[in-house]
Design a protein around this ligand. Structure first.
Ligand code: NAP
Length: 255
């Protein structure tokens, strides 16, 4: 067995039916984990599950709205009913809607805050008793370059992504004694449905990202397979409270 082996590991991935979440689920499935994919669109989740099963992984799909505390509790109960444990939570589900700060309605503001910030909190709170009882676990949250930088067109989104990093640090300190490690991943600009919309809404974005990124390309969901395995596995047992950019160098580019 190696430090990166996930045989016998159960991973619960919110928003695991596409984009970055599916990339992370694929990495963990290939490393031996069983996966619970949780999202709203069950048809999309079933299709993602079929892809993962090709690696030989056991995969279940669960309908969840992470903005609803009860729905999150039901998701965690269903995972425990099926697998009897949950070794890692990947609180990945997220949404955005881009416009100048003065143009947001309270409804849109609350939708983004509830999904991106309350959602990971409800998920972490719900898996905590099982992780504590089983002697430990891993929680992975998803920040953004918006956790670090100001983005003029992303007021609620950036507020949630800054908040998620702080939430992760708090949970890391609170639950270290329970052998639960909590880390955030900060994706750079990644080619997914989310950013396909962004490129429609923000003129010139595609080229600006390529020019600023030292790796000179947009990221893709496969770029998240390795970091997910690292943060879910025993390889990261002394790593907690971090926020790790996976961004082709975007966040360290000067000039
Ligand atoms: N792409 C990037 O460049 C980038 C950069 C930084 C951070 N991120 C973050 O990475 C994460 C994944 O984004 P992505 O780029 O992979 O976008 P994506 O392809 O649009 O994936 C978003 C996922 O979240 C799920 N979701 C949305 N609202 C939900 C809700 N209320 N309850 C449950 N699931 C919900 C979606 O599934 P359903 O629609 O089926 O519910 C989908 O699986 C997000 O947290 C995002 O903020 C992305």
């Amino acid at each position: 067995m190696t430090a990166f082996d996930l045989t016998g590991h159960v991973a619960l991935v919110t928003g695991g039916n596409g984009g970055i979440g599916l990339g992370m689920a694929k990495g963990m499935a290939d490393a031996g984990a069983s996966i619970a994919i949780a999202a709203r669109n069950m048809e999309k989740s079933e299709s993602a599950a079929e892809t993962l099963r090709k690696s030989g992984a056991e995969v279940i799909t669960l309908a969840v709205d992470v903005a609803s505390e009860q729905s999150v509790k039901d998701m965690v109960s269903a995972t425990l009913d099926k697998f009897g444990r949950v070794d890692s939570l990947i609180a990945n589900a997220g949404v955005n809607d881009r416009k100048p700060p003065q143009d947001y309605t309270a409804e849109t503001w609350n939708w983004i805050i509830e999904t991106n910030l309350s959602g990971p909190f409800y998920c972490a709170q719900s898996v905590y008793p099982a992780m504590k009882a089983q002697g430990g676990g891993k929680i992975i949250t998803i920040g953004s370059m918006a956790s670090i930088f100001g983005l003029p067109f992303a007021a609620p989104y950036a507020a949630t992504k800054g908040g998620v990093v702080q939430l992760s640090r708090v949970l890391a300190t609170a639950w270290a004694a329970d052998n639960i490690q909590v880390n955030a991943i900060l994706p750079g600009w990644i080619d997914t449905e989310l950013t396909r919309n962004a490129r429609g809404q923000v003129e010139g974005l595609h080229d600006r990202v390529e020019v600023r990124t030292p790796a000179a390309r947009w990221g893709n969901p496969q770029d998240f397979e390795g970091i997910a395995v690292f943060l879910a596995s025993s390889a990261s047992n002394f790593v907690t409270g971090t926020a790790i950019p996976v961004d082709g160098g975007y966040s360290i580019m000067g000039g």
